[in-house]
Design a protein around this ligand. Structure first.
Ligand code: CAA
Length: 464
């Protein structure tokens, strides 16, 4: 049985920090953020927003747009790494908010959980819910998977310029109008790691930045190897002499903690795919240098990162490789459109990959490309760590949905924060009643209970 994404809706907070203002305030070159990391704006939550109300807002938009009633939904999953409680699942807050609009107990029949595995958990949630549909358990109902996060790092840290916030809700069913997932090729890799993690009670993560970058590349590559094997064995993709499987994937969407990470991941994968093909000789000639190899190719990530000579040469080779016409063509045709929204919004952790999908659809459609039948490959990564690689095909009915996509219009009028305002919000010096923006047709947080017997109970309201 088929399964996939029928429609997608997003909710992005309207407050933002401009990356040039931010760079100046931290004594950084604005070009480092704009071109080095591909960040121009970071969406920031208002004082009355949390990951639950972001998720409920995305969900409400999805339901209203598609005229879906709660009775049509069999499962509502929320994937996040910004959990509000060690026990109570984020989807229960979301259901509480949605019932303010649809009526008490209107979701009573609906199942679901909160999923956690850093940024990759949304992909696991999609996979599990698609399998629920494929197994014939859905009884004609749809599933909703919501990915919702606030990417927040310590003030003054290297992670601080890779922040962002937002939520994406995806409607899944057995006759998806947007994207049907390829079955039996989804592949994963997993390893116990401490590249990025957030111990209990800590609001911001502990991050080993360069380690996390390299681990992301290695884990996605491992999952990709397994995907390749499955795609070839199942004959989903057939290769001719001199081809790589990536020649048969029309678009790539990668996890995007910042937009240039997509380009880094593409360069890493292509180097390893093209290295064994006849085209490689001509590509290396364009770089004017030999491709470097680490002293110990089987060494640990620490030993590779500590090999300064290799790291320097590898960085230079990658820079030159990304300037070759073959890379440029691949990048422009298959990846660039998915990176546009990330630069406008920032890191959404679990939702970053799916913001990339939204961006790819909107900006490729704007180029006038016929997307029907195009295959999208996904590279999902979650610190800690696990990667998931999978693919899907754009369906004939996509036009009716994609023609109306407009990320800027969907965010609404944005308000730039001064650095003082941003730091006030970041340091939680404003309570829910001291928001900077007035809520419009959205859920907001109105109170967090402090009394010992109800500590942590959160109240939300819908403002029409
Ligand atoms: N002008 C133009 N570009 C410049 C520049 C300038 N003046 N100065 C530096 N740059 C470029 C650098 O060359 C580099 O690009 P390349 O790697 O392509 O050469 C880029 O800007 C970044 O520079 P650095 O690597 O020196 O940046 P940094 O040390 O400040 O750290 C970071 C970057 C590691 C991503 C850091 O922001 C961080 O720790 N972020 C949080 C962790 C993270 O996002 N990890 C990603 C993988 S893990 C993951 O994906 C899960 C998740 O969501 C967190």
């Amino acid at each position: 049985m088929a399964a996939g994404i029928d429609d997608i809706a997003l909710y992005i907070p309207r407050l933002f920090v401009d990356s040039a203002d931010f760079a100046r305030a931290r004594g950084l070159d604005p070009a480092k953020l704009k071109t080095g990391l591909g960040i121009s704006k970071m969406a920031i939550v208002d004082a009355n927003q949390d990951p639950a109300c972001l998720a409920a807002n995305a969900c409400l938009k999805l339901m209203q747009k598609n005229k879906i009633a709660p009775k049509d939904i069999g499962r509502l999953y929320v994937a996040t790494e910004s959990a509000l409680d060690e026990s109570k699942a984020l989807n229960s807050y979301v259901i509480g908010m949605l019932e303010q609009v649809y009526g008490t107990d209107s979701f009573e029949h609906c199942g679901g959980i909160e999923c956690k595995f850093a940024c990759v958990s949304g992909s696991y949630a999609l996979y599990d819910n698609c399998n629920w549909i494929r197994a014939g358990e859905a009884e004609g109902k749809s599933a909703i998977v919501v990915v919702s996060d606030i990417a927040k790092y310590d003030l003054g840290s290297a992670g601080e310029y890779t922040q962002g916030a937002g939520s994406i809700a995806m409607l899944l069913n057995d006759s998806p109008r947007l994207l049907q997932f390829d079955s039996k090729v989804t592949s994963t890799s997993i390893k116990n790691e401490y590249d990025f993690y957030r111990p209990f009670g800590k609001e911001t993560p502990i991050v080993h930045g360069q380690y996390s970058n390299l681990l992301y590349l290695i884990q996605v590559k491992k999952a990709f190897e397994s995907y390749k094997k499955k795609a070839l064995e199942s004959k989903l993709i057939k290769l001719k002499e001199g081809e790589t499987i990536l020649d048969h994937i029309d678009y790539l969407c990668m996890h995007l903690p910042y937009s240039t990470m997509g380009k880094k991941a593409l360069a890493y994968l292509l180097r390893r795919e093209w290295r064994h093909l006849p085209r490689w000789k001509q590509i290396v000639e364009q770089t004017g240098m030999d491709e470097p190899a680490p002293r110990n190719p089987r060494g640990t990530i620490e030993s590779i990162l500590a090999d300064d000579e290799y790291m320097g040469k590898d960085h230079e080779f990658t820079r030159l490789f990304t300037k070759t016409k073959e890379f440029q063509q691949f990048y422009d045709d298959k990846l660039a459109s998915s990176l546009v929204a990330s630069a406008m919004i920032g890191n959404l952790y679990t939702a970053s990959l799916y913001l990339g999908l939204r961006s790819c659809l909107e900006f490729e459609f704007q180029k006038g490309v016929d997307l029907e039948g195009k295959r999208i490959g996904f590279g999902s990564y979650g610190s800690g760590s696990s990667a998931m690689v999978f693919s899907g095909v754009i369906q004939p009915a996509y036009r009716e949905l994609v023609k109306d996509m407009n990320i800027e219009a969907e965010i609404g009028q944005r308000r730039k924060l001064s650095l003082e305002e941003y730091e006030e919000i970041h340091e939680n010096r404003r309570g829910p009643h001291q928001s900077l923006l007035e809520a419009k047709k959205e859920f907001v947080l109105v109170n967090v209970e402090k009394s010992p017997e109800s500590r942590g109970e959160r109240k939300y309201a819908f403002y029409d």
